[in-house]
Design a protein around this ligand. Structure first.
Ligand code: AHG
Ligand code: MN
Ligand code: MN
Length: 326
């Protein structure tokens, strides 16, 4: 069987902008280095807390910081890159003043799963710098629909890369023998209907009424309004939950809840919600904050949080309906 490597794929069906293809390759170089550390685990001394907090007040794991450093170190080498922003850094990190792209990343998604050997990943998003000269923080504040490239690498039983350049979603698995990412699925489509949902049920008492109604109906199964039984999965790594949805459908929710009504959600718009929403939409699914498409939300600040509901189109539209019509 002839195999298509990521390099070959980008030559044949990549972006018309060579700098964007080069940046994607450079991101995968960083992710390969992160994957090596993840595989070594305790042997590489990467398990456990770093004893520090990030700008959002979350405790950082050693691997959060290490992954962030690897991405900075590798991606700065790419001449087309102007600057980077990360969930783990308060302000932006300049790369090359003449560069034309802006890179945003969640260097390590699923921090609570690092120490227990459950799938984790890196999520990335690329925007255009729209002027000459050095990049500023404001340049990053673009709606999700303006993304040029979005994707993730999941470090699970396999190391798998998934990305979109705006023309479908493609999946590659890392082959340790050849040290190459190899194409395994092109133009992935998320099925429109599903019988599987993902939400952290321990927050149930804090949910808003539309989310509670949706989940209650799923739980009633064949005996309720939905007239079918549902299954539930919650990996607690968005990257792995979204990967499952791209592979076999489903709906993922980390909605706004009443714990802190001033907080729009837990997940971050720029590093998590936007790239995942674009991937899901590119694969025929949908993504909302409850009422509005996530990709249309104008960001006000880099570390903005948002309510996220995404996945199989008909389920997401049902949940949107519950939000709009009660
Ligand atoms: P991160 O590790 O980058 O902070 O993100 C963790 C996020 C997301 O990946 C996951 O879906 C969610 O937090 C899990 O939250 P709970 O621990 O509340 O279930
Ligand atoms: Mn994350
Ligand atoms: Mn993270």
């Amino acid at each position: 069987m002839s195999q298509t490597t990521l390099h070959q794929f980008l030559q044949q069906r990549g972006s018309k902008e060579p700098g964007l293809n080069a940046l994607l390759l450079q991101i995968t170089v960083a992710c390969q280095a992160i994957a090596k550390q993840v595989e070594q685990g305790a042997l590489a001394g990467i398990i456990g807390s770093a004893g520090s907090g990030n700008v959002q007040g979350e405790t950082q794991q050693k691997l959060d910081i290490l992954s962030n450093d690897i991405l900075l170190q590798e991606c700065v080498k790419e001449a087309s890159l102007a600057a980077m922003a990360s969930e783990e850094m308060e302000t932006i990190h300049p790369a090359n003043a003449n560069g034309e792209y802006l890179l945003l990343f969640d260097p390590l998604d699923g921090s609570s799963n690092i120490d227990v050997n459950v799938s984790i990943g890196t999520i990335f998003s690329v925007l255009r710098k729209k002027h000459q000269g050095a990049a500023h923080e404001n340049d990053f504040l673009q709606v999700g629909r303006e993304q040029l490239l979005a994707g993730y690498v999941v470090y699970g039983p396999q190391t798998t890369l998934v990305f979109t350049l705006g023309q479908g979603v493609h999946m590659f698995t890392f082959d340790h023998q050849t040290q190459q990412f190899v194409l395994i699925k092109e133009n992935i489509q998320v099925q429109a209907d599903t019988k599987e949902f993902a939400i952290n049920m321990s927050n149930m008492r804090h949910w808003a009424a539309p989310v509670k109604r949706y989940v209650d109906e799923c739980l009633l199964g064949v005996e309720g309004a939905r007239q079918k039984d549902f299954n539930m999965r919650w990996i607690a790594s968005m990257v792995a939950d979204v990967h499952r949805i791209l592979c076999r459908g489903g709906v993922f929710m980390y909605p706004w809840d009443k714990r802190d009504p001033t907080k729009p959600g837990k997940l971050r718009l720029m590093y998590e919600a936007n790239p995942m929403s674009w991937l899901i939409e590119q694969a025929g699914g949908a993504s909302i904050n409850g009422t509005q498409s996530i990709l249309d939300i104008p960001p006000e600040k880099l570390h903005q949080r948002v309510s996220v509901i995404l996945g199989s189109k008909n389920e997401v539209s049902r949940i949107q309906n519950y939000h709009q019509n009660g």
